[in-house]
Write a protein that binds this ligand. Structure first.
Ligand code: TXA
Ligand code: MG
Length: 329
């Protein structure tokens, strides 16, 4: 259903009744429920098939709401909220008891984000409670960047999808926790290390670009699960320039191979739309991976982005989609 003043009224009613609904944000679509209700949150985990120890983000519509749900709020959090909210930054803080452990995946901390979508913000206000919302995909699949992706994963499982068009960012938010001198990035996204670096020291968690060893503890539980995986095998090719990538692909493809590349790339294999800048790659990546499955792809080739700016976020999703297999040329 198209998102507008009328449909958010209906959605608010459903959510107040403890139901769940899919909502658009600027990053990806979320599957929302009352973040203060264990019963509603359970419905989210069920619909997604998500492991119960993977915590949800509380979506709020006003910075002051943090104080209702967080036990302590670092000054830096307020500064970053002023600068980057509404927007794709999620901040983790110690939780107050009012936030159920079902929402926080059993942790004593809880994550906050103010999404950049005017209707979704209005919806949160109408509800009067924060909306717990993970990405609205089935657990393990690429996150949905349009309402049709949500429909494909959730049809028959949820009562309402609010359609707000294609998500402008296309990758999930940057998740950070606070350290003594600044922040640590647990999941990179649209708010980049460089942007955060203007305010404080920025550490990047090892799990962002590398697989976790069996005995490593995941700071962000989401990082330990297989993610963003289409059925096809994804090959991420790390090389200096696009001509080397094209040469490799042109030697290795077969009829069931698809390449994420824009058509200026001299690729002889079938291609799927992909950007030529890190920002447009971010916007196209999940749609491309989903399309590859629709086309029955067995192999998907894609060139590794530079690990800087939003490219770091693209790299982080791709290396997981590729099950940490990187081909270095
Ligand atoms: O852009 C987004 O963040 C989207 C939209 C819908 O807002 N949401 C989203 O949620 O991506 P989800 O649940 O798919 O990813 C949340 C990530 C997970 O990796 C989770 O483990 C981590 O954030 N996370 C949430 N709360 C946490 C906490 N208290 N401590 C550590 N990690 C946390
Ligand atoms: Mg997700």
């Amino acid at each position: 259903m198209q998102i507008n003043d009328e449909s958010i009224g209906q959605a608010a009613q459903l959510l107040k009744n403890g139901e769940i609904a899919a909502i658009p944000t600027e990053t990806v679509y979320g599957l929302a429920g009352n973040g203060l209700s264990a019963d509603s949150v359970k419905k989210i985990f069920e619909a997604k098939g998500r492991p119960g120890d993977n915590p949800l983000i509380l979506h709020i519509s006003d910075i002051d709401q943090i104080f209702k749900y967080a036990q302590t709020v670092p000054d830096l959090a307020l500064k970053l909220a002023e600068k980057f909210w509404p927007g794709s930054l999620t901040m983790i803080m110690p939780k107050k008891p009012i936030v159920p452990y079902e929402t926080s995946g059993g942790l004593d901390t809880v994550a906050f984000r103010m999404p950049d979508n005017k209707y979704t913000l209005k919806l949160i206000k109408l509800c009067g409670f924060p909306l717990a919302a993970p990405s609205a995909n089935l657990s393990g699949l690429p996150s949905p960047t349009c309402a049709e992706h949500v429909y494909n994963d959730m049809k028959g499982k949820i009562p309402l999808i609010l359609d707000g068009g294609v998500c402008s960012c296309g990758l999930e938010s940057t998740v950070i926790t606070f350290t003594e001198k600044g922040v640590k990035i647990l999941r990179p996204g649209g708010v980049t290390p460089e942007m955060l670096g203007e305010f404080c020291e920025v550490e990047i968690d090892k799990a962002v670009t590398e697989g976790l060893e069996d005995n490593d503890k995941a700071l962000s539980p989401g990082m330990k699960y297989k993610h963003y995986s289409p059925k096809a095998q994804v090959y991420m090719i790390e090389c200096e320039d696009r001509s080397i990538f094209a040469e490799y692909v042109n030697k290795s493809f077969d009829e069931n191979t698809y390449v994420l590349a824009d058509d200026t790339d001299n690729i002889k294999a079938k291609t799927l739309p992909y950007g030529s800048t890190a920002t447009s790659e971010a916007a196209e990546l999940f749609a491309g991976l989903r399309k590859a499955d629709e086309m029955g792809a067995e192999k998907v080739y894609v060139m590794a982005p530079k690990k800087e700016g939003i490219g770091l976020a693209v790299y982080n999703r791709l290396i997981r989609a590729a099950a940490f297999k990187v081909i270095k040329l």
